[in-house]
Structure formats: structure tokens, C-alpha cells
Write a protein that binds this ligand. Structure first.
Ligand SMILES: [Zn+2]
Length: 238
């Protein structure tokens, strides 16, 4: 009888426990991934338009306080910039998000936000296919780089010279931290040998908080600008 019970228990565990355990592990893994990445799954807001929308939590921009505006043909921003607070107080719950998330179809062209040189074109287990570009122009005297994460494919290599609006890859879900189709886009400035995150909405060619799709006009504007200005890093609908 004892043996039968053991066999029965084994069969039970084979039939039920393992899949349940697996499902539980997947749930825990997903929660950990979301917690670590700070990129919140856009599918929770799937009823919202995929173009011309800046989600509510992506509206705030620290300097001007005005809401972010976006052209109707630009892929939507599902999450905004929310860096780590300078001083963490015990008990405060904060999910860092040092960039913005832009949603789109797989392989939507990812475009260089400004002229520069590819600093890194590599695969990272957490961020997937990633590209970093260090830009020719500075901002307030600081060197600026932009990061593009979770790409489906990369089309440039380290050391390549890149112009604003040039395709550098396609939108994807690569890397453990990409639980949905999006580009995680960051702007960082060099401060004492470290790359500190900045709000990308401060750099658009049309002004603070005014998302600007790439066009020849924007390219000309950037050539005559004294400081670095950026165009939207995901191709807008024509
Ligand atoms: Zn993100």
C-alpha cells in the first residue's frame, strides 16, 4: 500500500505539481523581470492607440512642467522617464526607469536620434540587442550618448559613423527585461566618468516636450544648432 501511495503521489506530482510549479516559477520570473526593468508592459493599456499617444505616466517633464505633445503619426510612448531619486529614504518604493518606452510593430525601423559614432553594438542578456551612439554635438558642455535596447536586429557596428535619421536596427523584444514589443530609449550625459540619465523629452528638435519625427528639415535644423537636438528614434508613419 505504501508503495502504491508513493507511486500515486509521484504520478500526481508528474501530472499536476510540475506544471503548477513551472507556472508559479514563470509568474515569479515575470514579476522579477518587470520589477528589475521598470518597463511596464504596454499590453495592460492595449486599448490605447499605438500612434500619437503619450501615456499618462509618461507626461511629466521636470523642467517646463508642460505635458508632452506627440504627432499623430508617431509611435506611442507607453512609459516615461523616472530615474532613481538622489537620496533613497527607507521604505520608499520606487521603480527606476532611466529612459522612455516607445511601442511599435516588430522590425519598425529604429533611427539614430542625432549624428554620432557607434560606441557599442552588442547583445546583452538583460537588454538584448543594444546600440549606444556617442554624439558629435554636446549639450551644456557635456558629452551625450543615446542607448537603444531590445532591438530585433542591429544594422550597425561599433565605430560606424551614423547620421541623424539613419536606420540602426529594428524594434523587438530581445533580452530578459523585454516582456513586450518596445524600444527602451535613453539619453545619458558624461559626468565625472559616469553616464547619468537625462529625460529624453528635453532634447526634441521642436522644443522641450515636443516629440519631433525625423525629417530633412530636422536634419538641417540640427546642423545649424549650437547644441545637440534629437529626432524621434522610431520611424513615424508616412
Ligand atoms: Zn523601458
Amino acid at each position: 500500500m505504501k508503495l502504491d501511495h508513493t507511486r500515486f503521489a509521484r504520478r500526481l506530482s508528474g501530472l499536476y505539481s510540475q506544471p503548477l510549479q513551472r507556472r508559479f516559477s514563470m509568474l515569479v520570473l515575470t514579476l522579477v523581470v518587470v520589477f528589475l526593468s521598470g518597463c511596464i508592459n504596454y499590453r495592460a493599456n492595449y486599448h490605447q492607440p499605438r500612434f500619437g499617444l503619450v501615456a499618462k505616466d509618461a507626461q511629466s517633464i521636470t523642467l517646463s512642467g508642460e505635458p508632452v505633445s506627440i504627432p499623430a503619426n508617431a509611435p506611442s510612448v507607453s512609459q516615461g522617464f523616472s530615474p532613481a531619486p538622489e537620496e533613497k529614504t527607507p521604505g520608499d518604493f520606487h521603480i527606476d526607469h532611466p529612459g522612455i518606452d516607445i511601442v511599435g510593430e516588430r522590425d519598425t525601423p529604429i533611427l539614430a536620434a542625432a549624428d554620432g559614432t557607434v560606441l557599442r553594438s552588442a547583445f546583452d542578456p538583460m537588454f538584448g540587442n543594444q546600440i549606444s551612439i556617442v554624439h558629435d554635438q554636446s549639450f551644456n558642455g557635456k558629452t551625450i550618448k543615446t542607448n537603444y535596447y531590445h532591438l530585433n536586429q542591429k544594422t550597425v557596428s561599433q565605430g560606424d559613423r551614423i547620421l541623424m535619421g539613419e536606420q540602426i536596427g529594428g524594434l523587438g523584444t530581445t533580452g530578459v527585461l523585454a516582456s513586450f514589443l518596445h524600444l527602451h530609449f535613453e539619453v545619458r550625459e558624461a559626468v565625472n566618468g559616469q553616464w547619468q540619465p537625462l529625460n529624453p523629452h528635453l532634447f526634441w528638435a521642436d522644443g522641450i516636450g515636443r516629440v519631433t519625427c525625423f525629417s530633412e528639415y530636422v536634419r538641417v535644423k540640427s546642423e545649424v544648432s549650437k547644441q545637440l537636438i534629437l529626432s524621434y528614434p522610431v520611424k513615424c508613419k508616412e
